[in-house]
Design a protein. Structure first.
Length: 94
């Protein structure tokens, strides 16, 4: 199971356990569910931050490749730069 899927699962199942626990008056189940939900949400926020950081790195790498490729007339490097910049944009907007 991927990290994102696992995080979503924990957040969703934890929320359901919390709701059911409150509905039936089980503080233990509600607390356990709240903890599971918070854990999933925190892990997902960390995953998003990591992906965003990788995106910034790809943007920087792409900008450098485009600049060097353009200055040296290396179309292959310039194209890789455009690819890395596009990858960075996608990662930063996840």
């Amino acid at each position: 199971m991927t990290d994102r899927l696992s995080n979503t699962y924990n957040s969703t199942v934890g929320g359901a356990k919390e709701t059911i626990g409150r509905a039936v008056g089980s503080e233990g189940l509600a607390g356990s569910g709240a903890a599971q939900k918070a854990s999933g949400q925190t892990a997902q926020a960390n995953q998003n931050a990591e992906t965003h950081t990788k995106g910034i790195g790809h943007n920087i790498e792409g900008a450098a490749q485009k600049a060097v490729g353009g200055a040296t007339n290396d179309h292959s490097m310039e194209a890789r730069g455009h690819g890395n910049s596009a990858l960075g944009d996608v990662q930063r907007n996840v």
